[in-house]
Design a protein around this ligand. Structure first.
Ligand SMILES: C[S@@+](CC[C@H](N)C(=O)[O-])C[C@H]1O[C@@H](n2cnc3c(N)ncnc32)[C@H](O)[C@@H]1O
Length: 243
């Protein structure tokens, strides 16, 4: 019997592919910082990590540019689809691993670059801090971290943006946290969705990285990749482990 290669699920939304585990969607086009990650990873000798990679939009772009990539995700089915989508000439530079943030551990100094694109907003503040702390250790000195999160202005939780803005004006360190996420979802979507969501802005990412010893190279709002895109769909940071 010929081996069946699992395929990308079909999508009702142009520009987005649904995940298989109700953790949102993978974009079909790369935001600006994920493009920068792919180019940077392609230019270094060491291995790079793409965590929360889903079906590997950024991993495939990095492999295309010569990178060695460890693609990691919570869901093994996403990684199987990624492996099936990877052109044969790049497969020798791809490894995959099921991994859950913030619990996963890698050896210190293991990666030259790390991308976490649109995954950290599934973690509460303590989980974000622990993940960034670990990522600092996983990077070699001089290595680069690229983080992209969904912002308070996108997704079903955008109705909570006025509350985010109120908390931010009062100096709250994690003003985007939505602890009653189900309130913003239609009833039929609630059972399969996370109970909270933690969108972030560029100031939050800059502060969180800076406090852990990263040198922050850039923190910015980013436009999404769908036809509904707006200039503040995502928040991103590029940070460097000094060394
Ligand atoms: C919204 S998708 C983002 C996919 C892709 N990086 C992008 O930017 O389009 C989130 C992905 O992160 C994974 N994920 C969610 N929570 C995670 C966690 N705690 N640890 C590792 N991966 C996680 C999901 O399985 C899913 O594939």
């Amino acid at each position: 019997m010929p081996e069946t290669i699992p395929e990308l699920p079909s999508s009702p939304v142009p520009g987005l592919i649904p995940t298989l585990n109700n953790t949102g969607w993978m974009t079909e086009s790369l935001d600006r910082l994920s493009q920068d990650f792919a180019a940077y990873a392609g230019g270094i000798r060491g291995e790079s990590l793409d965590i929360g990679c889903a079906y590997g939009i950024a991993t495939l772009a990095a492999l295309e540019q010569g990178a060695r990539v460890l693609a990691a995700d919570l869901d093994a089915r996403h990684l199987e689809i990624l492996a099936g989508r990877t052109p044969a000439e790049h497969r020798g530079r791809l490894r995959t691993q099921v991994a859950s943030l913030p619990d996963v551990d890698f050896a210190p100094g293991r990666f030259g670059a790390i991308l976490a694109a649109r995954v950290l907003h599934f973690l509460p503040p303590a989980g974000v801090t622990l993940t960034l702390y670990k990522m600092f250790q996983w990077l070699e000195p001089g290595g680069r971290l690229y983080v992209v999160c969904d912002s308070p202005y996108v997704g079903p939780w955008r109705d909570a943006a006025p509350e985010y803005e109120r908390r931010k004006s009062q100096g709250c360190p994690w003003p985007g946290l939505v602890i009653d996420y189900h309130r913003y979802l239609p009833e039929q979507a609630r059972a399969a969705s996370p109970t909270f969501i933690h969108p972030m802005d560029p100031d939050v990412l800059r502060r969180a990285c800076g406090q852990l010893g990263f040198e922050v190279l850039e923190a910015a709002w980013l436009e999404g990749g769908t036809r509904y895109r707006s200039p503040r769909d995502h928040a991103g940071v590029v940070a460097r482990r000094p060394g």
